[in-house]
Design a protein around this ligand. Structure first.
Ligand SMILES: CCC/C=C/C(=O)SCCNC(=O)CCNC(=O)[C@H](O)C(C)(C)COP(=O)([O-])OP(=O)([O-])OC[C@H]1O[C@@H](n2cnc3c(N)ncnc32)[C@H](O)[C@@H]1OP(=O)([O-])[O-]
Ligand SMILES: Cc1cc2nc3c(=O)[nH]c(=O)nc-3n(C[C@H](O)[C@H](O)[C@H](O)COP(=O)(O)OP(=O)(O)OC[C@H]3O[C@@H](n4cnc5c(N)ncnc54)[C@H](O)[C@@H]3O)c2cc1C
Length: 536
């Protein structure tokens, strides 16, 4: 019924909304949010209030001047009891004049690293009254007399965040495709240096170091797109079970969504930055779009759950799985490998060998964390302090688990799809899977040396495999980024345009600057000349 009331108006843009959860004082710790919604049975209304400055909502995108409604997450009080955080849909501006309603204080939070068009805002309430049906009552309810009806599953309040985290993995695939397209096309156009005196300056794409910087971004875009599709399918399945009241698979979805969101956003931000730096000075131009793209991807490491906090959420699930498995209880499909107690096999420099290796690393790290925590607790340390003292290792275990999931999913999905592809296309995609897998084996070789039987000669061979793959992929690189089929208007980049007219576009953009409107800028007469004449 509430959906019938609000959804059509949102779909036809009468309602422009945002999600107002984070406050000046709290973003991660949701149970610490201070905004209150106190039920008044006499008028059948909730009174929204920001009791402190730190209770002000801070960050919601579009809140400053665009949204006229928002979903507000507040501590629900009824009959003198605080029932915890719940979502409310609240009109904050007049739908005709767009003026903030009485009792609502709203505004712009100010300049940010990027996302400059997002008008992120602040929002405070001064005993602002909303009707009872403002409380979104799909999960929990408050009856007219103020009786609180508990949700069958309190964690469902957090459901929106799982959905967005699932989507973010696919977002990162897209952003990496943009960064790789810009940097690889530019690297095909840019000629620099003369390693061979009697030959013209080569394309910088022919430097193996340039390939090392860029090809992993290209491969990661495909890896994250495939993993994002798998995660979405998982989300749809879990959500279907939830609607029929079965929440058994929600914890696994939450855990895998947390670590995949954290790892894909961190990789995307660092790889986009590598794409930017691989374009030299022109990569530092805003007109290249790479600095803006970095700002967008690095924000994702913070929003929708700060990465460390999310990796620790997954670690919490891995530790619980280890404890459950150690008692012989069955584990979820994504965590079942933790209970593989077979002897460490002879190392194989194959995709399956490397994937199995990452599972060994993750299981080994989880086991080490459990042992450290148990040892500290036995020595009298509280569980919470033992957890905190082990948290650097817990984050590493989570990352290893996440990498094992991505490696296995990327390999399985490409192998499954390959049968329907032309042999040349299948070969190129397998090369990207191979590159991605060997790249991460080399990046985490220390962990593999600790937890598997990999030997020095295996590592040398993997390094050679990696360099051979760079050479094999080079001829198809421009074709691979063209295959993302990103229009120039979308790329919005002087360096990545399809026609490769980089220098002309850089100059065209430069000449648009208002600072080039006249040959002598007014600053000369106002400041420079008086200064040079000793008059300032
Ligand atoms: C374009 C940009 C737009 C951006 C928008 C934003 O940023 S919006 C703002 C984005 N902001 C954020 O993302 C805020 C990030 N912060 C949070 O999500 C929470 O404060 C928390 C999870 C960190 C801690 O929660 P807590 O203090 O309650 O403590 P706890 O750890 O004890 O968990 C209790 C139990 O609940 C479970 N569980 C938890 N979450 C979920 C879930 N989503 N689903 C399912 N289950 C979940 C958890 O596994 C545990 O289960 P167990 O083991 O007891 O069976
Ligand atoms: C571009 C952008 C858009 C956003 N849009 C929205 C929006 O639309 N709606 C909305 O509600 N919010 C939005 N946010 C806010 C965002 O969700 C929060 O910034 C995010 O949840 C992190 O919370 P925080 O900023 O309070 O950081 P904190 O939680 O204060 O984190 C600061 C540091 O403390 C560490 N830390 C915190 N808790 C723990 C812990 N338990 N264990 C270990 N370390 C910990 C973190 O790892 C981090 O290093 C946006 C943020 C950004 C940057």
């Amino acid at each position: 019924e509430q959906q019938e009331k609000w959804v059509p108006r949102a779909v036809n843009m009468e309602i422009i909304g945002t999600y107002a959860q984070t406050e000046l004082g709290h973003g991660t710790f949701l149970r610490g949010l201070e905004t209150t919604a106190t039920y008044d049975p006499n008028t059948e209304e909730f009174v929204l209030n920001s009791p402190t400055l730190t209770a002000y909502k801070w960050w919601p995108g579009g809140l400053a001047h665009t949204a006229n409604h928002c979903v507000v997450v507040a501590q629900l009080h009824s009959k003198g009891v605080n029932h915890g955080v719940h979502p409310f849909i609240v009109q904050i501006r007049d739908e005709d004049t767009h003026m903030p309603l009485p009792g609502v204080k709203v505004g712009e939070i100010g300049p940010k690293l990027s996302f400059s068009t997002a008008n992120n805002g602040f929002l405070g309430f001064d005993n602002f009254r909303v009707p009872r049906d403002s409380m979104l009552m799909k999960n929990a309810q408050v009856l007219k007399d103020g009786t609180y009806v508990k949700s069958r599953l309190s964690k469902l309040t957090y459901g929106t965040m799982v959905f967005i985290r699932v989507m973010i993995v696919t977002d990162m695939a897209y952003y990496l495709s943009v960064g790789a397209t810009i940097a690889i096309r530019y690297s095909a156009v840019r000629h620099q240096s003369k390693p061979k005196e009697n030959e013209p300056e080569p394309q910088i794409l022919d430097y193996v170091t340039q390939q090392h910087k860029l090809f992993i971004a290209l491969a990661s875009s495909h890896a994250f797109r495939v993993t994002g599709q798998w995660l979405w399918t998982t989300f749809v399945r879990v959500n279907k079970a939830l609607t029929s009241g079965n929440a058994d698979t929600l914890p696994e979805l939450h855990a895998v969504a947390c670590c995949l969101k954290a790892v894909t956003t961190r990789d995307a931000a660092s790889m986009v930055e590598a794409c930017r730096m691989s374009c030299g000075g022109h990569g530092y131009m805003t007109s290249s779009y790479l600095p803006i793209l970095y700002g967008i991807t690095t924000a994702a490491c913070t929003y929708e759950g700060e990465n460390t906090v999310l990796l620790l959420q997954t670690a919490r699930s891995l530790v619980k799985a280890w404890q459950k498995g150690s008692k012989g209880k069955p584990l979820s499909p994504t965590e079942a490998y933790l209970m593989d107690k077979s002897p460490v096999p002879k190392w194989e420099n194959t995709l399956d060998g490397i994937i199995a290796g990452f599972r060994r690393v993750s299981a080994g790290k989880v086991q080490d964390c459990v042992s450290k925590i148990d040892k500290l607790v036995k020595m009298g340390t509280s569980y919470e302090d033992a957890w905190n003292q082990t948290s650097v290792r817990l984050v590493a275990a989570s990352e290893a688990h996440s990498r094992a999931v991505i490696l296995a999913t990327f390999r399985a999905e490409v192998s499954r799809a390959a049968a329907a592809l032309s042999p040349p296309l299948a070969r190129v995609l397998h090369q990207l899977v191979h590159l991605y897998t060997v790249y991460w084996a080399l990046e985490r070789v220390g962990d593999l040396l600790l937890y598997t039987s990999i030997a020095e000669r295996d590592v040398q061979e993997l390094q050679q495999q990696y360099e051979d793959l760079l050479q094999k992929i080079r001829p198809n690189t421009v074709g691979l980024v063209d295959a993302f089929d990103l229009r120039d208007e979308i790329l919005n980049s002087t360096l990545g345009a399809y026609d490769g007219r980089v220098y002309e576009r850089l100059m065209e953009e430069a000449l648009k600057s208002p600072l080039n409107a006249e040959p002598v800028n007014q600053s000369f007469h106002k400041y420079l000349k008086p200064f040079m004449q000793g008059k300032l």
